[in-house]
Design a protein around this ligand. Structure first.
Ligand code: BGC
Length: 422
Protein backbone atom coordinates (compact mmCIF):
# COMPACT_ATOMS: atom_id res chain seq x y z
CA UNK A 1 0.00 0.00 0.00
CA UNK A 2 1.59 3.25 -1.11
CA UNK A 3 0.25 6.27 0.72
CA UNK A 4 0.64 9.87 -0.50
CA UNK A 5 4.05 11.44 0.21
CA UNK A 6 4.10 13.17 3.57
CA UNK A 7 1.27 10.99 4.95
CA UNK A 8 1.49 11.31 8.72
CA UNK A 9 1.78 8.12 10.77
CA UNK A 10 1.08 8.48 14.43
CA UNK A 11 -0.34 7.26 17.70
CA UNK A 12 -2.53 9.05 20.23
CA UNK A 13 -3.14 9.37 23.96
CA UNK A 14 -4.83 11.82 26.30
CA UNK A 15 -3.39 13.36 29.45
CA UNK A 16 -5.78 11.97 32.03
CA UNK A 17 -5.62 8.47 30.57
CA UNK A 18 -1.83 8.13 30.65
CA UNK A 19 -0.03 10.80 32.69
CA UNK A 20 -0.90 9.77 36.23
CA UNK A 21 -1.68 11.78 39.35
CA UNK A 22 -4.10 14.23 37.84
CA UNK A 23 -6.44 16.17 40.04
CA UNK A 24 -9.51 17.17 38.07
CA UNK A 25 -13.27 16.57 37.77
CA UNK A 26 -12.72 12.99 36.57
CA UNK A 27 -10.32 11.96 39.33
CA UNK A 28 -12.86 13.16 41.90
CA UNK A 29 -15.68 11.38 40.15
CA UNK A 30 -13.62 8.17 40.14
CA UNK A 31 -13.29 8.25 43.92
CA UNK A 32 -17.02 8.62 44.32
CA UNK A 33 -17.97 5.99 41.72
CA UNK A 34 -15.31 3.26 41.80
CA UNK A 35 -17.31 0.92 44.02
CA UNK A 36 -20.49 1.37 41.97
CA UNK A 37 -18.66 0.74 38.69
CA UNK A 38 -17.10 -2.41 40.13
CA UNK A 39 -20.53 -3.62 41.29
CA UNK A 40 -22.11 -2.94 37.91
CA UNK A 41 -19.37 -4.53 35.83
CA UNK A 42 -20.81 -8.06 35.77
CA UNK A 43 -24.13 -6.78 34.48
CA UNK A 44 -22.47 -4.59 31.86
CA UNK A 45 -19.71 -6.88 30.65
CA UNK A 46 -20.55 -10.37 31.92
CA UNK A 47 -21.66 -11.28 28.39
CA UNK A 48 -18.43 -10.41 26.55
CA UNK A 49 -16.17 -13.25 25.42
CA UNK A 50 -13.25 -11.81 27.37
CA UNK A 51 -15.18 -11.79 30.67
CA UNK A 52 -13.37 -14.70 32.36
CA UNK A 53 -10.07 -13.01 31.64
CA UNK A 54 -11.09 -9.52 32.75
CA UNK A 55 -13.53 -10.15 35.58
CA UNK A 56 -11.01 -10.03 38.41
CA UNK A 57 -9.91 -6.57 37.38
CA UNK A 58 -13.37 -5.36 36.35
CA UNK A 59 -14.93 -6.23 39.71
CA UNK A 60 -12.14 -4.55 41.69
CA UNK A 61 -12.92 -0.93 42.67
CA UNK A 62 -9.22 -0.03 42.37
CA UNK A 63 -9.52 -0.63 38.64
CA UNK A 64 -11.64 2.53 38.39
CA UNK A 65 -9.15 4.90 40.00
CA UNK A 66 -6.81 6.47 37.43
CA UNK A 67 -4.01 6.99 40.01
CA UNK A 68 -0.62 6.58 38.41
CA UNK A 69 -2.31 5.74 35.05
CA UNK A 70 0.58 4.77 32.71
CA UNK A 71 3.14 7.01 34.45
CA UNK A 72 3.63 8.79 31.14
CA UNK A 73 4.22 12.12 32.89
CA UNK A 74 7.62 10.77 33.94
CA UNK A 75 8.18 8.09 31.35
CA UNK A 76 7.52 10.15 28.24
CA UNK A 77 11.18 10.01 27.07
CA UNK A 78 11.00 6.22 27.01
CA UNK A 79 7.64 6.30 25.21
CA UNK A 80 8.93 8.76 22.62
CA UNK A 81 11.98 6.56 22.04
CA UNK A 82 9.67 3.60 21.31
CA UNK A 83 7.59 5.70 18.91
CA UNK A 84 10.73 6.69 17.07
CA UNK A 85 11.96 3.11 16.86
CA UNK A 86 8.63 2.04 15.35
CA UNK A 87 8.97 4.70 12.66
CA UNK A 88 6.11 6.91 13.86
CA UNK A 89 6.18 10.47 12.61
CA UNK A 90 3.63 12.14 14.88
CA UNK A 91 2.16 11.98 18.37
CA UNK A 92 -1.28 13.23 19.34
CA UNK A 93 -1.56 14.02 23.04
CA UNK A 94 -3.48 16.43 25.24
CA UNK A 95 -2.40 19.19 27.57
CA UNK A 96 -4.04 18.96 30.97
CA UNK A 97 -5.62 22.29 31.90
CA UNK A 98 -5.86 21.36 35.60
CA UNK A 99 -2.07 21.02 35.79
CA UNK A 100 -1.46 24.44 34.30
CA UNK A 101 -4.16 26.26 36.24
CA UNK A 102 -5.12 24.16 39.29
CA UNK A 103 -6.77 27.21 40.87
CA UNK A 104 -8.24 30.16 39.03
CA UNK A 105 -5.48 32.42 37.70
CA UNK A 106 -2.69 30.45 39.40
CA UNK A 107 -0.56 29.36 36.51
CA UNK A 108 2.07 26.71 37.23
CA UNK A 109 5.39 27.40 35.60
CA UNK A 110 6.69 23.86 36.14
CA UNK A 111 3.72 22.41 34.26
CA UNK A 112 4.45 24.72 31.30
CA UNK A 113 8.06 23.56 31.47
CA UNK A 114 6.96 19.95 31.43
CA UNK A 115 4.97 20.23 28.20
CA UNK A 116 7.73 22.36 26.66
CA UNK A 117 10.11 19.49 27.35
CA UNK A 118 7.70 16.92 25.89
CA UNK A 119 7.29 18.97 22.71
CA UNK A 120 11.03 19.55 22.40
CA UNK A 121 11.71 15.86 22.89
CA UNK A 122 9.19 15.00 20.16
CA UNK A 123 10.74 17.43 17.71
CA UNK A 124 14.27 16.26 18.51
CA UNK A 125 13.13 12.74 17.66
CA UNK A 126 11.46 13.70 14.40
CA UNK A 127 7.87 13.50 15.68
CA UNK A 128 5.25 16.14 14.88
CA UNK A 129 3.13 17.15 17.89
CA UNK A 130 -0.64 17.16 17.39
CA UNK A 131 -2.05 18.86 20.48
CA UNK A 132 -5.53 18.36 21.90
CA UNK A 133 -6.53 21.23 24.18
CA UNK A 134 -9.39 19.54 25.98
CA UNK A 135 -9.82 15.77 26.28
CA UNK A 136 -12.76 15.22 28.64
CA UNK A 137 -11.32 16.66 31.88
CA UNK A 138 -11.80 20.02 33.57
CA UNK A 139 -10.07 21.69 36.53
CA UNK A 140 -12.11 21.31 39.70
CA UNK A 141 -12.68 25.05 40.09
CA UNK A 142 -14.22 25.12 36.61
CA UNK A 143 -16.42 22.12 37.40
CA UNK A 144 -17.62 23.87 40.56
CA UNK A 145 -18.74 26.79 38.43
CA UNK A 146 -20.90 24.51 36.26
CA UNK A 147 -18.40 23.23 33.67
CA UNK A 148 -19.49 23.51 30.04
CA UNK A 149 -22.97 24.67 31.03
CA UNK A 150 -21.53 27.97 32.16
CA UNK A 151 -20.47 30.56 29.58
CA UNK A 152 -17.68 31.61 31.96
CA UNK A 153 -15.93 28.30 31.20
CA UNK A 154 -15.55 29.42 27.58
CA UNK A 155 -13.90 32.62 28.70
CA UNK A 156 -11.47 30.81 31.00
CA UNK A 157 -10.76 28.07 28.48
CA UNK A 158 -9.83 30.72 25.89
CA UNK A 159 -7.42 32.23 28.38
CA UNK A 160 -5.84 28.79 28.77
CA UNK A 161 -5.66 28.38 24.98
CA UNK A 162 -4.06 31.80 24.62
CA UNK A 163 -1.36 30.88 27.13
CA UNK A 164 -0.66 27.53 25.52
CA UNK A 165 -0.52 28.74 21.94
CA UNK A 166 1.63 31.75 22.84
CA UNK A 167 3.97 29.45 24.69
CA UNK A 168 4.32 26.64 22.14
CA UNK A 169 3.45 28.10 18.74
CA UNK A 170 7.10 27.99 17.68
CA UNK A 171 7.00 24.18 17.80
CA UNK A 172 3.36 23.14 17.39
CA UNK A 173 1.32 23.64 14.22
CA UNK A 174 -1.59 21.25 14.68
CA UNK A 175 -4.22 22.02 17.31
CA UNK A 176 -7.47 20.30 18.22
CA UNK A 177 -9.51 22.49 20.59
CA UNK A 178 -11.96 19.77 21.69
CA UNK A 179 -11.95 15.99 21.71
CA UNK A 180 -15.33 14.48 20.79
CA UNK A 181 -17.58 17.34 21.96
CA UNK A 182 -20.75 15.59 20.83
CA UNK A 183 -19.76 12.59 22.94
CA UNK A 184 -19.60 14.87 25.96
CA UNK A 185 -23.14 15.98 25.22
CA UNK A 186 -24.32 12.39 24.76
CA UNK A 187 -22.31 10.73 27.54
CA UNK A 188 -22.31 13.40 30.23
CA UNK A 189 -25.54 15.37 29.67
CA UNK A 190 -27.97 13.02 27.91
CA UNK A 191 -26.95 9.45 28.76
CA UNK A 192 -25.79 10.35 32.26
CA UNK A 193 -22.80 7.98 32.14
CA UNK A 194 -19.87 10.37 32.49
CA UNK A 195 -19.47 13.15 35.03
CA UNK A 196 -21.48 15.21 35.85
CA UNK A 197 -24.02 12.45 34.99
CA UNK A 198 -26.86 14.65 33.82
CA UNK A 199 -29.84 13.40 31.80
CA UNK A 200 -31.50 16.52 30.55
CA UNK A 201 -32.02 17.47 26.89
CA UNK A 202 -32.28 21.18 27.61
CA UNK A 203 -29.04 21.25 29.56
CA UNK A 204 -27.48 19.02 26.89
CA UNK A 205 -28.44 21.51 24.21
CA UNK A 206 -26.91 24.36 26.18
CA UNK A 207 -23.65 22.41 26.50
CA UNK A 208 -23.69 21.65 22.78
CA UNK A 209 -24.07 25.34 21.93
CA UNK A 210 -21.32 26.30 24.36
CA UNK A 211 -18.97 23.72 22.87
CA UNK A 212 -19.60 25.01 19.34
CA UNK A 213 -18.90 28.54 20.54
CA UNK A 214 -15.78 27.33 22.36
CA UNK A 215 -14.42 25.58 19.30
CA UNK A 216 -15.05 28.45 16.91
CA UNK A 217 -13.66 31.09 19.23
CA UNK A 218 -10.60 28.96 20.00
CA UNK A 219 -9.99 28.55 16.29
CA UNK A 220 -10.19 32.31 15.69
CA UNK A 221 -7.86 32.93 18.60
CA UNK A 222 -5.32 30.32 17.53
CA UNK A 223 -5.21 31.72 13.99
CA UNK A 224 -4.82 35.23 15.33
CA UNK A 225 -1.83 34.17 17.44
CA UNK A 226 -0.41 31.83 14.82
CA UNK A 227 -1.64 32.47 11.26
CA UNK A 228 -0.06 29.30 9.86
CA UNK A 229 -1.72 27.05 12.49
CA UNK A 230 -3.85 24.10 11.43
CA UNK A 231 -6.94 23.76 13.59
CA UNK A 232 -9.25 20.79 13.42
CA UNK A 233 -11.81 18.57 15.07
CA UNK A 234 -11.30 15.26 16.86
CA UNK A 235 -14.73 13.90 16.15
CA UNK A 236 -16.18 10.52 17.11
CA UNK A 237 -17.54 9.31 13.81
CA UNK A 238 -20.72 7.59 14.89
CA UNK A 239 -22.07 6.46 11.58
CA UNK A 240 -24.31 3.44 11.25
CA UNK A 241 -25.95 1.17 8.69
CA UNK A 242 -29.71 0.67 8.49
CA UNK A 243 -30.76 -2.91 9.15
CA UNK A 244 -32.22 -4.45 5.97
CA UNK A 245 -32.28 -0.95 4.50
CA UNK A 246 -35.75 -0.45 5.96
CA UNK A 247 -36.90 3.16 5.59
CA UNK A 248 -37.58 3.61 9.29
CA UNK A 249 -34.09 2.36 10.08
CA UNK A 250 -32.66 4.71 7.48
CA UNK A 251 -34.37 7.61 9.20
CA UNK A 252 -32.96 6.43 12.53
CA UNK A 253 -29.40 6.12 11.22
CA UNK A 254 -29.63 9.55 9.56
CA UNK A 255 -30.84 11.08 12.81
CA UNK A 256 -28.08 9.34 14.77
CA UNK A 257 -25.42 10.57 12.35
CA UNK A 258 -26.86 14.05 12.32
CA UNK A 259 -26.88 14.44 16.09
CA UNK A 260 -23.54 12.80 16.65
CA UNK A 261 -21.63 14.19 13.64
CA UNK A 262 -23.08 16.61 11.13
CA UNK A 263 -24.73 18.94 13.62
CA UNK A 264 -21.33 19.77 15.12
CA UNK A 265 -19.33 19.64 11.88
CA UNK A 266 -21.86 21.94 10.13
CA UNK A 267 -21.45 24.43 12.95
CA UNK A 268 -17.63 24.48 12.89
CA UNK A 269 -16.77 23.87 9.25
CA UNK A 270 -15.86 27.49 8.53
CA UNK A 271 -13.41 27.46 11.42
CA UNK A 272 -11.66 24.19 10.63
CA UNK A 273 -8.56 23.62 8.51
CA UNK A 274 -9.03 19.86 8.75
CA UNK A 275 -11.43 17.33 10.15
CA UNK A 276 -10.10 14.73 12.56
CA UNK A 277 -12.21 11.59 12.37
CA UNK A 278 -12.15 8.98 15.16
CA UNK A 279 -13.44 5.61 14.10
CA UNK A 280 -13.92 2.47 16.20
CA UNK A 281 -16.87 0.56 14.82
CA UNK A 282 -19.96 0.97 12.67
CA UNK A 283 -23.15 -0.46 14.16
CA UNK A 284 -26.14 -1.72 12.20
CA UNK A 285 -29.29 -0.20 13.63
CA UNK A 286 -32.86 -1.46 13.85
CA UNK A 287 -35.80 0.38 15.36
CA UNK A 288 -37.97 -1.81 17.48
CA UNK A 289 -40.39 -1.47 20.37
CA UNK A 290 -38.68 -4.40 22.04
CA UNK A 291 -35.26 -2.78 21.80
CA UNK A 292 -33.08 -2.62 24.87
CA UNK A 293 -32.10 1.00 25.10
CA UNK A 294 -28.82 1.06 23.17
CA UNK A 295 -26.69 4.25 23.37
CA UNK A 296 -29.13 5.47 26.02
CA UNK A 297 -31.75 5.89 23.26
CA UNK A 298 -35.17 4.25 23.41
CA UNK A 299 -36.25 1.82 20.66
CA UNK A 300 -32.77 1.61 19.14
CA UNK A 301 -31.45 -1.89 18.74
CA UNK A 302 -27.99 -2.78 17.50
CA UNK A 303 -28.13 -5.86 15.26
CA UNK A 304 -25.44 -8.44 15.89
CA UNK A 305 -23.86 -9.10 12.49
CA UNK A 306 -21.93 -12.05 13.85
CA UNK A 307 -18.59 -10.27 13.36
CA UNK A 308 -15.79 -10.95 15.84
CA UNK A 309 -15.86 -8.67 18.86
CA UNK A 310 -13.24 -6.75 20.80
CA UNK A 311 -12.68 -7.20 24.54
CA UNK A 312 -15.32 -4.56 25.22
CA UNK A 313 -17.86 -6.32 23.01
CA UNK A 314 -17.68 -3.84 20.10
CA UNK A 315 -18.00 -5.36 16.66
CA UNK A 316 -14.70 -5.47 14.82
CA UNK A 317 -15.59 -3.78 11.57
CA UNK A 318 -12.47 -2.13 10.13
CA UNK A 319 -13.94 -1.77 6.62
CA UNK A 320 -16.66 0.45 8.10
CA UNK A 321 -14.18 3.31 8.14
CA UNK A 322 -14.42 3.54 4.33
CA UNK A 323 -18.04 4.75 4.05
CA UNK A 324 -17.44 6.99 7.06
CA UNK A 325 -14.45 8.73 5.49
CA UNK A 326 -16.09 9.06 2.08
CA UNK A 327 -19.20 10.58 3.62
CA UNK A 328 -17.23 13.17 5.63
CA UNK A 329 -15.33 14.02 2.44
CA UNK A 330 -18.46 14.22 0.25
CA UNK A 331 -20.14 16.56 2.70
CA UNK A 332 -17.28 18.93 3.51
CA UNK A 333 -14.29 18.49 1.21
CA UNK A 334 -11.86 19.22 4.04
CA UNK A 335 -8.53 17.45 4.53
CA UNK A 336 -9.02 14.52 6.89
CA UNK A 337 -6.81 12.96 9.54
CA UNK A 338 -7.88 9.77 11.27
CA UNK A 339 -7.15 11.08 14.76
CA UNK A 340 -8.15 7.86 16.59
CA UNK A 341 -8.72 4.25 15.63
CA UNK A 342 -8.11 1.11 17.61
CA UNK A 343 -9.58 -1.66 19.73
CA UNK A 344 -9.24 -3.17 23.20
CA UNK A 345 -7.42 -6.48 22.70
CA UNK A 346 -5.39 -7.55 25.72
CA UNK A 347 -4.05 -10.74 24.11
CA UNK A 348 -3.19 -8.92 20.87
CA UNK A 349 -4.62 -11.57 18.58
CA UNK A 350 -6.82 -9.19 16.60
CA UNK A 351 -5.11 -5.79 16.63
CA UNK A 352 -2.56 -6.51 13.88
CA UNK A 353 -5.20 -7.65 11.40
CA UNK A 354 -7.46 -4.78 12.45
CA UNK A 355 -4.72 -2.28 11.63
CA UNK A 356 -4.04 -3.92 8.27
CA UNK A 357 -7.71 -4.01 7.31
CA UNK A 358 -8.36 -0.47 8.49
CA UNK A 359 -5.40 0.88 6.58
CA UNK A 360 -6.48 -1.02 3.46
CA UNK A 361 -9.84 0.77 3.73
CA UNK A 362 -8.13 4.12 4.33
CA UNK A 363 -5.93 3.44 1.31
CA UNK A 364 -8.95 2.66 -0.83
CA UNK A 365 -10.53 5.97 0.21
CA UNK A 366 -7.31 7.81 -0.70
CA UNK A 367 -7.27 6.07 -4.10
CA UNK A 368 -10.83 7.21 -4.65
CA UNK A 369 -9.89 10.83 -4.14
CA UNK A 370 -10.52 11.40 -0.43
CA UNK A 371 -7.86 13.80 0.92
CA UNK A 372 -6.65 11.83 3.94
CA UNK A 373 -3.37 13.12 5.33
CA UNK A 374 -2.64 10.97 8.34
CA UNK A 375 -3.58 8.13 10.67
CA UNK A 376 -3.18 7.96 14.47
CA UNK A 377 -3.62 4.67 16.25
CA UNK A 378 -5.44 4.72 19.58
CA UNK A 379 -3.63 4.17 21.71
CA UNK A 380 0.11 4.38 22.07
CA UNK A 381 -0.13 2.84 25.56
CA UNK A 382 -2.46 0.74 27.64
CA UNK A 383 -4.30 3.41 29.55
CA UNK A 384 -7.16 4.40 31.81
CA UNK A 385 -10.31 3.81 29.78
CA UNK A 386 -12.61 6.20 31.67
CA UNK A 387 -15.57 4.44 33.30
CA UNK A 388 -14.11 1.02 32.32
CA UNK A 389 -10.82 1.67 34.08
CA UNK A 390 -7.75 -0.36 33.24
CA UNK A 391 -9.01 -3.72 32.03
CA UNK A 392 -9.56 -2.63 28.44
CA UNK A 393 -6.15 -2.64 26.77
CA UNK A 394 -5.91 -0.37 23.75
CA UNK A 395 -2.11 -0.04 23.65
CA UNK A 396 0.35 -0.69 20.88
CA UNK A 397 2.56 -0.86 23.95
CA UNK A 398 1.58 -3.05 26.89
CA UNK A 399 2.04 -1.45 30.30
CA UNK A 400 2.69 -3.68 33.29
CA UNK A 401 0.37 -2.36 36.00
CA UNK A 402 2.71 -3.27 38.84
CA UNK A 403 6.05 -2.12 37.46
CA UNK A 404 4.93 0.32 34.72
CA UNK A 405 7.33 -1.53 32.45
CA UNK A 406 6.67 -1.13 28.72
CA UNK A 407 6.50 -4.02 26.25
CA UNK A 408 5.90 -3.44 22.56
CA UNK A 409 3.06 -5.66 21.33
CA UNK A 410 3.52 -7.75 18.15
CA UNK A 411 0.77 -5.70 16.45
CA UNK A 412 2.88 -2.56 16.90
CA UNK A 413 5.54 -4.18 14.68
CA UNK A 414 2.88 -4.93 12.08
CA UNK A 415 1.94 -1.24 12.13
CA UNK A 416 5.62 -0.32 12.02
CA UNK A 417 6.20 -2.51 8.93
CA UNK A 418 3.30 -0.90 7.12
CA UNK A 419 4.79 2.51 7.90
CA UNK A 420 8.27 1.51 6.82
CA UNK A 421 6.99 0.11 3.52
CA UNK A 422 4.52 2.84 2.74
C1 BGC B 1 -11.84 8.76 23.28
C2 BGC B 1 -10.72 8.10 24.06
C3 BGC B 1 -11.13 6.69 24.44
C4 BGC B 1 -11.40 5.91 23.16
C5 BGC B 1 -11.79 4.45 23.38
C6 BGC B 1 -12.49 7.86 22.27
O1 BGC B 1 -13.84 8.10 22.27
O2 BGC B 1 -11.38 9.95 22.70
O3 BGC B 1 -10.43 8.89 25.17
O4 BGC B 1 -10.20 6.05 25.22
O5 BGC B 1 -12.46 6.52 22.48
O6 BGC B 1 -13.01 4.33 24.01
Amino acid sequence: MKFPPGFIWGAATSAHQVEGHNNNDWSHWEQANAQRLANESTKKFGHVAAWERIKQQATDPQNYISGIAAAHYDKYPEDIAIMKSLGLKAYRFSIEWSRLEPAEGEWQEQAFNHYREVIKHLKDNGLEPFVTLWHRTLPLWIEEKGGWENGYTIERYLKFVEKIVTEYKGSVRFWMPLNEPEFEVLGAYLGGTFPPQVRNPIRAFRVFQNLVKTYNQASLLIHKLQPEAQVGTAQAAITADAYKNRWLNKIATSALSYFSNWRFLNAVKHHSDFFGVQYYSRPTINLSFKAKNNYGLPFVEQIDLGLPKSDMGWEINPEGIYPTLTEVWRRYHKPIYVTENGLPDAVDTRRGQFIKDTLAAVHKAVQNGVDIRGYFHWSLLDNFEWDKGFWSKFGLIEVNRQTMERKVRPSAYIYSNIIKNS
